[in-house]
Design a protein. Structure first.
Length: 201
């Protein structure tokens, strides 16, 4: 009888240790994958064609980080059936969703069905810097100076007006990074459980 009691206590201790090991190893594995998701997200931002991405790229790119899901509000973390939310890629820039989904009539999708209005006063000077950086050439000859150079300020102003009237196109950078690594997230969870079983028994 005493031996049976010891065996039960040992089994209970093993179950408790297994639960702790699963949490530990899954946490490690998910963190590694979410770090890759965050890195891919930053790379996608840097490659993006949008004036917001190219010019405010420092702000947007630098706001991408891997954080514990428990530190974020539920508004920041979308939980699905196949989401392991011990870690999440968090994007803190205030314009992050506008770049990802677009704005106004040009918006494509959104989290929770939100609609993003086009800004009434887009950042003309940021767009001007983008025009200069990318060497954007106007389609309309109105923005060609007499000497053949581009009227960069006029072009930037026209782009800003178009954004104000019609919105901006979506330039997804976070969703592609997530989808590229989705299977790895599932796989890392299973591998974490296997590591926990080996460490426990």
């Amino acid at each position: 009888m005493a031996r049976a009691g010891r065996d039960l206590r040992q089994a209970a201790a093993d179950v408790q240790r297994l639960a702790e090991n699963i949490e530990h190893f899954v946490n490690i594995n998910i963190r590694q994958v979410m770090d890759r998701v965050s890195s891919a997200t930053r790379q996608n931002v840097a490659r993006g064609p949008s004036p917001y991405q190219q010019i405010v790229t420092g702000t947007l790119r630098q706001s991408v980080e891997t954080r514990r899901a428990s530190e974020l509000s539920l508004d920041d973390v979308e939980l699905g059936d196949d989401t392991y939310a011990s870690w999440a890629t968090h994007i803190g820039a205030p314009h992050a969703a506008y770049v990802e989904y677009g704005t106004g009539a040009r918006q494509s999708g959104s989290p929770n069905g939100q609609r993003f209005r086009a800004p009434s006063v887009p950042p003309t000077m940021s767009i001007l810097r983008w025009v200069r950086l990318k060497g954007v050439q106007p389609r309309n000859p109105v923005y060609i100076n007499d000497d053949g150079t581009t009227d960069e300020l006029g072009l930037a102003h026209a782009i800003a007006q178009s954004i104000a009237q019609h919105g901006s196109h979506a330039h997804p950078y976070a969703r592609p990074a997530w989808h590229e690594n989705r299977e790895d997230i599932k796989r890392s969870h299973k591998q974490g459980v296997k590591r926990a079983l080996r460490a426990t028994f």
